[in-house]
Design a protein around this ligand. Structure first.
Ligand SMILES: [Zn+2]
Length: 587
C-alpha cells in the first residue's frame, strides 16, 4: 500500500506511529493533524502538519524547538584528512570543521542561546536537499542572530517543517526530480553575472547574452520545435500543438531572465523553467496538446540598465517606444548600440514586428516567486494572484525655513522634515486602514542638514499601490490632500512630481479559476493574494487575459537579494500546477 493510503486508512495511534520521527519528539503534531484526513497528497499532509504547529500555543512551539539537539553540538573538528574527505570539505559535514569554524560555531551558539533561549534550528540539507556548506551554515547563523525574537521563533519552526518535509520524502522514497532540475538550472544560470561576487544580469551585457544562449540550448534539449532569440533579446520557445506549426492558438507563458543588482536566482527565471519542464515531459512522452505552448524568456523587466520599463514585454504587446532606442545607460551607451553589441539588430522596425496578434493566443499565464513574506508565514507553497497592484509614484520636496535650532521657539518654526514626518505617519495609517493597499516613503533627505539647524527643506519619495485603480486613486487623493493640509497648517510649501503611474492588472477570472483548480488538484488550500510587485503579466494584461501563480520564497520571502530561495519541493509543486492547468485547458 502506498504510504499516503496507509496514513489515510490508519487508526490515530497508527497514524502517529507511521509519522514517528518526522517531528522531533512531538507526537502531538501528528495526533492533531490526524483529524484533517484524508490527505489528497503528501503536500496536503505537510501543510496540515505545519498548520497544527502554527495554531499551537507559543509554549508548545517552544517545546518543539527545544526538542531539537543543538546544531553546534554536532560540530567537530576534522581529524586526519584523507584525500577523499578533503574533497568533501566544501559540503556540509559539520563533523569536518576547521578549528576556526568549530570555534566560530561554538561562539555563535552561545550568543544565540543567550539571546533567544532556544536552540538554533536549521535544515542543513537546505532548499536543494543536498546539504548546505559549512560557510552557508555559519553565514545563516550570523544573520539570524540579529533577528527579532518572534520572527526568529517563526523561522525556527519553518526550518523544522523543512526538516520534516525531507524526512517525509525519505519515508515515501519521493524525489522531487523536476523541482531539482529547476533548482539546478537556476544555479547554473546564476554563474553568468555582470558582477564577480553577486548575481547581476542586466540587459544586453555579455552575461545576459550568455544566459539567453544557455536558455535556448536547454529549450532545444527539452524538445521545443522552434527556439530563437528575437529582436529585443527575448528567448522564445514554441512547442506546437496537434494542429502543427501554423494552425491553432497558443498559450503564451514565461517570465524575465534579467535581474536586479545582487539578485536572487529565482526571480523571473522560475517562470521560464516551469513551462520548460512541462514541455520536456510532453516531448518525452511524444505528446502534443490541442494548442501550442509559447514560452518567452523576457529579456528585460527590472529596468536596471536603461530607463525603459518592461521594454521586452512592451515589444511583445506592441508598446515599445521607438524613442527608447536613443536612451542611454550610466556609461552613455544608447539602447540601440547596446542591442547591436549584443548581436541584436537594434532596429525599431524589427522590434515593432514582435507584436503578437491576440487572435492567435488563448491567454498569458506567469509563474513567479512571491517576493514577499505572505506564503512563507502561512506555510503554503503556492498562492493565487488576484491582481497586480496599480501604483503611483512621486518625488517631492517640502520647503520651510532653515533657522537656528537653539533660538527658534517651538511654536515659531517652519520645520520641513517634521512636516514630511507627519505625512509618513498619515500614509502608513491610511494605507493600513484598507486591505491590500500599501504606501511607502522610501527616500527621505534633508539636503545640507545640520545638527543645530531646523530643516528648511526635506525631499521624499512616495510609492502608493493598490489592487484596484479606484483604491489606488483614493489613497493618492487622501495622501495629497493631507500633504496640502500639513503644509498650510505648518506654514510650509511643497512640490510633488509624478514619476510613474501604472494601472492595476486584475487577474482574468477564468484564468485565475484555472490556477485555483490546479492548486486544489494538488490537495493544497487556496490562498489568494495581490501582487505588490510589477511583473511581465502586467504588460501582457493590455493584450491578453492573464493570471499568475505565486511560489513561496524562503528566508521570510526575501527577494531582490542573494538570500532569495525556493525549495525543490515547492518548485516541483509549481511544475505540477502548470501541468494541471494545461492538461485541463479545453479549447
Ligand atoms: Zn520578477
Amino acid at each position: 500500500m502506498h504510504f499516503l493510503d496507509q496514513l489515510n486508512a490508519a487508526s490515530v495511534a497508527d497514524f502517529v506511529a507511521l509519522l514517528d520521527g518526522t517531528y522531533e519528539h512531538s507526537p502531538w503534531i501528528a495526533e492533531r493533524a490526524a483529524a484533517a484526513r484524508p490527505f489528497a497528497s503528501l503536500a496536503a499532509l505537510k501543510v496540515a502538519l505545519a498548520r497544527v504547529v502554527r495554531e499551537a500555543t507559543v509554549d508548545e512551539q517552544l517545546g518543539l524547538i527545544r526538542a531539537h539537539p543543538e546544531l553546534a553540538g554536532k560540530a567537530a573538528v576534522a581529524g586526519e584528512l584523507t584525500a577523499e574527505s578533503t574533497n568533501e570539505q566544501s559540503k556540509a559535514g559539520l563533523t569536518a570543521c576547521t578549528p576556526e569554524e568549530f570555534a566560530k560555531l561554538q561562539e555563535l551558539n552561545a550568543a544565540y542561546n543567550a539571546r533567544f533561549g532556544f536552540p538554533f534550528i536549521l535544515a542543513v540539507r537546505g532548499p536543494r536537499g543536498l546539504g548546505l556548506t559549512r560557510q552557508e551554515i555559519i553565514a545563516t547563523f550570523e544573520r539570524r542572530l540579529r533577528a527579532h525574537p518572534d520572527l526568529e521563533r517563526a523561522e525556527c519552526l519553518r526550518q523544522i517543517h523543512r526538516i520534516a518535509e525531507i524526512r517525509l520524502n525519505d519515508k515515501c522514497g519521493l524525489q522531487p526530480a523536476r523541482g531539482q532540475q529547476l533548482w539546478d538550472w537556476a544555479a547554473e544560470l546564476a554563474r553568468h553575472s555582470d558582477d564577480a561576487e553577486f548575481l547581476t544580469c542586466t540587459y544586453a551585457t555579455p552575461a545576459h547574452t550568455a544566459v539567453a544562449e544557455q536558455l535556448m540550448a536547454w529549450m532545444r534539449d527539452c524538445g521545443f520545435d522552434d527556439v530563437h532569440r528575437d529582436a529585443v533579446g527575448n528567448v522564445v520557445g514554441v512547442y506546437h500543438g496537434t494542429a502543427g506549426a501554423t494552425a491553432g492558438q497558443r498559450l503564451l507563458t514565461g517570465s524575465h531572465f534579467d535581474t536586479v543588482r545582487r539578485a536572487g536566482r529565482f526571480d523571473g527565471r522560475l517562470g521560464i523553467f516551469v513551462p520548460m519542464l512541462v514541455v520536456r515531459d510532453l516531448h518525452r512522452a511524444g505528446r502534443r496538446l490541442p494548442f501550442g505552448l509559447e514560452v518567452v524568456g523576457f529579456s528585460e523587466e527590472e529596468c536596471q540598465r536603461f530607463p525603459a520599463d518592461f521594454l521586452a514585454s512592451s515589444a511583445v504587446i506592441g508598446a515599445f517606444d521607438a524613442d527608447w532606442l536613443a536612451r542611454t545607460d550610466a556609461a552613455g551607451i544608447t539602447l540601440a548600440d547596446a542591442m547591436r553589441a549584443a548581436g541584436l539588430p537594434g532596429s525599431n522596425d524589427a522590434i515593432q514586428a514582435l507584436r503578437r496578434d491576440p487572435a492567435h493566443y488563448l491567454g498569458f499565464v506567469e509563474v513567479h516567486i512571491e517576493q514577499g513574506p505572505v506564503l512563507d508565514s502561512l506555510d503554503l507553497p503556492l498562492g493565487i494572484v488576484t491582481s497586480i497592484n496599480g501604483s503611483r509614484r512621486y518625488t517631492g520636496e517640502v520647503i520651510g525655513l532653515a533657522s537656528h535650532a537653539g533660538t527658534t521657539p517651538m511654536g515659531q518654526r517652519r520645520d520641513a522634515a517634521a512636516g514630511v514626518a507627519e505625512l509618513i505617519l498619515f500614509c502608513e495609517q491610511r494605507a493600513a486602514a484598507v486591505p491590500d493597499v500599501v504606501g511607502t516613503v522610501g527616500m527621505l533627505e534633508v539636503p545640507s542638514g545640520s545638527i543645530n539647524v531646523i530643516p528648511g527643506r526635506c525631499r521624499f519619495s512616495l510609492d502608493l499601490r493598490a489592487t484596484t485603480d479606484a483604491a489606488r486613486d483614493a489613497l493618492d487623493a487622501d495622501v495629497r490632500a493631507k500633504l496640502d493640509e500639513i503644509c498650510q497648517r505648518r506654514g510650509l510649501s511643497f512640490t510633488l512630481q509624478p514619476t510613474l503611474a501604472a494601472n492595476a492588472a486584475p487577474s482574468h477570472p477564468a484564468w485565475q479559476a484555472r490556477w485555483e483548480a490546479a492548486v486544489t488538484a494538488l490537495g493544497l488550500p487556496l490562498h489568494r493574494l495581490p501582487s505588490g510587485a510589477g511583473h511581465d503579466a502586467m504588460k501582457l494584461h493590455e493584450l491578453l487575459p492573464q493570471a499568475m501563480l505565486f511560489v513561496r520564497g524562503g528566508n521570510g520571502g526575501i527577494s531582490h537579494n542573494p538570500l532569495e530561495s525556493v525549495t525543490v519541493d515547492d518548485a516541483e509543486l509549481a511544475v505540477a500546477a502548470f501541468e494541471h492547468l494545461i492538461e485541463n485547458l479545453h479549447v
